[in-house]
Structures are given as structure tokens and as C-alpha cells.
Write a protein that binds this ligand. Sequence first.
Ligand SMILES: [Zn+2]
Length: 285
Amino acid sequence: MNAGLRAGDWRLDPLVDGSLRLDGGAMWGVVPASIWRPLTPPHDDNTIDLVCRAWLARRADAVVVIEPGVGARWDAKLAARYGIRPGPGVVAELAAHGLAPEDVTHVVGTHAHWDHIGAQVTERAGRLVPTFPRARHFLPASEARVTRAGGGARRASYRREDVDAIADAGLLELTSGRAEILPGLVLHELGGHSEGVSVVTIGEGSDGAIFWSDVVPTSHHVQPAYVMAFDVDQQKSYDVRSHWLARAADERWTCLYYHDPLVASGRLERAERGYRATDSRSAEN
Ligand SMILES: [Zn+2]
């Protein structure tokens, strides 16, 4: 599926770490159920299917994992609450590309929610260790600060050990604002969904791509007002989404989705009202 997308000099491949189910109403905020139910049909308990799809970005010697995934450190109670199902798993997906965890040179986290960076830490012999032991791990400083402070309305979305185990191993590098991690691979701190949630751009112009993270969680969340109830700053989310959705459409970037269970990537087109997402798997011009 979508193997070998390109963005400039970069080659991009999806890596499915796991899946989960979250409340459809929370994923859609103030959007009426009559609109969102046909787009993301809910189960009987009102949850909708989501995946956690990391992206592998490769260029020359760089092996980058963008957003490692939800990971496997779950007790039965929490796994049931969030419908978490591990697998295939980011490590197994890398192996299918002939890569070992030690081969990963960079890990990029857009924010510190456990369903995005949990997979960067592995439990081994009762200790929490980095899954990718040689990788430089990047994360917005604002997200590390919120994770360590604890408390707050979204405290259930953070686990301190997801960040501390990387810092303890000397592998954590904190960013702020715009951070060019490698040539053409840029982390842009935006906020809205969380304190420092970021998008990642890869390449430039019509040849470029954007990893949306939770700024645009699925290919259906492409109207600026479709802000999730989870977002800590709704107005900021709206502003950020308005700006970046327009940019992605105008620059014809390939959009990379983290949570969409069916559409891994595609482009955005301006529609009569708002935008329309296309799927890379279907014929594109
Ligand atoms: Zn999030």
C-alpha cells in the first residue's frame, strides 16, 4: 500500500504500529453526528476505528521514523478502554523494509500524546529503554514540559515515561518553533490540538509532503471548522488548520495521515466549500 511515495529527495513509506478506537463525538467536536457518522461510521459504543501510522522517511544515510506509534505497553484495562490493538508494530514494519531498530537515525515526535510516541519506549527486563537505541529523538520542548508538569485537562493523554526514558538515555533533543531536523525535513510547532503539536514538512513545493499528526487526524477532517473536542485551544486549532490546509492545497503537497484507517496519503483539492481529500491509491492526475 502506497509503498515508495516520494517527496523531493525523500522516500516515504507508511508503518502501521497499531490501532485504537476513540469516541466519535470526541473526534468530531461540534460537528453534527448527521455529518460525521456517514464519514466515519461508529460502532455500537459510538467509537470509531483509527490506526496509528508512523512514517518512514529515507534519504541518503538518514533513516527517520516520524511518529513512532502507540506501542505495546498497555494493561488490559486501558487497552479495553481505548480499543488498543498492537500490530503489525513499527519494529515489524521496519523489518519488512530490511531495517533493524538500530538502523533508525532520527525519531520525530510531533507531540507527546501516548498514542503517538508510546512506541519509542520498550520494556525490557523490567526496564524502560528506547526502542531505537541509536536514534536522535526530537520533540517540541513545550510538549516535554506539559508531559512532566502533569495535571491539566488532558493529563490522561500523557505518560511521563514516554519522554523520560528517552531523556535518561541521552537521546532527547527538544525543539521550538520551526526546526529543520535534516535538509528538507522540518518540524513546525503550531499548537491548538495540544500545547506544541507540530506538523512535519518533507521536501518543497508540489514535490513536497506534509505529515499532519493530530492537526488533521483523518482525510475526513479537512474542513477548517472540523476541530476535535480533544483540542485544548479550539480557536488556535481553527486558525492553524485554516492556514495549513490552504497551504497544503495550494502547494499540492502529499498529505500523510496518522489516524485514518483507510487513507494513508493523498492530496487536497479546493472544493466549492472547503476542501476535498483524494486518496493516493486511486488514480491521480
Ligand atoms: Zn494527540
